[in-house]
Ligand binder design. Sequence first.
Ligand code: NAP
Length: 254
Amino acid sequence: MPRKIIWITGGSSGIGFATAKYFLKNNWIVIISSSNIEKLTNAKNKIINKDNIENLHTINCNITDKNEVKKTISYIENEIGNINIALLNAAAYSPNQNQEFDIKNYELLIDVNLKGTLYCIDELKEVMKKRENTIAIVSSPIGYRGWPTSGAYGMTKAAQLNLSESLFFDFKKIGIKMRVINPGFIDTEATRLNSFKMPFLKSADFAAEKIYNGLVHKKSFEIFFPFLIVFFVKILRILPYKLYFYLWKKIGNF
Ligand SMILES: NC(=O)c1ccc[n+]([C@@H]2O[C@H](COP(=O)([O-])OP(=O)(O)OC[C@H]3O[C@@H](n4cnc5c(N)ncnc54)[C@H](OP(=O)(O)O)[C@@H]3O)[C@@H](O)[C@H]2O)c1
């Protein structure tokens, strides 16, 4: 049986990198891509060994560049093989503790997290059609509802979540499975920018195991973890505004 192939965008660090290691360990062919060639090379050097050298591929691809995305997908499909799972994980993150509205930040996050993700989907839908392959978007529970200090990032994650739900229906018709991954706080380069104490903080390896098991062994549309914190946020999602705003006032004087 041919080996299965996963393409992970933003595989040079954090959750993407840890997930790449996990899939490699489980004998998948793994392609990691990211925009920073040095980070990508470092990532490769950290995982590669004589046993997995043939199974790991790295491609420098900035997802905000439509042509790079097109070339990357066409290279993988023609030179490596059919992509079974595309893990659209790459994202930019910038917390906004000062609660200042900065349009440049919105533009950056829209370019990477939204337009970048859309460029990937636009190409993947052509090659994956009728193959029953999976496109999994790494969103965030922050997208369930508007949180203080996270206007730009939260907005892009909410949009990704909404997009995944919508495409779940539309892509079913063309034989592509859409899934969404909503991790709680995971210790990565991105979250090290946070100045607050993150409840239930887990390692990237923890996230990788959950993502692997969710994608490979389960069929549910949403993969979320750790259960307690994300379940709590799911409850926040259904609270009436009055209560929701009151809670944030109590939690952090927002
Ligand atoms: N950590 C958490 O607590 C948490 C919680 C919920 C959701 N998430 C989501 O999980 C995903 C991974 O986040 P992380 O925490 O692992 O962050 P991270 O370590 O900062 O990883 C982000 C990855 O995205 C890549 N990237 C950034 N801009 C890119 C671009 N323009 N083109 C291609 N790749 C790009 C980065 O590589 P280069 O710099 O080399 O391009 C890096 O590999 C994100 O979607 C994030 O929103 C994280």
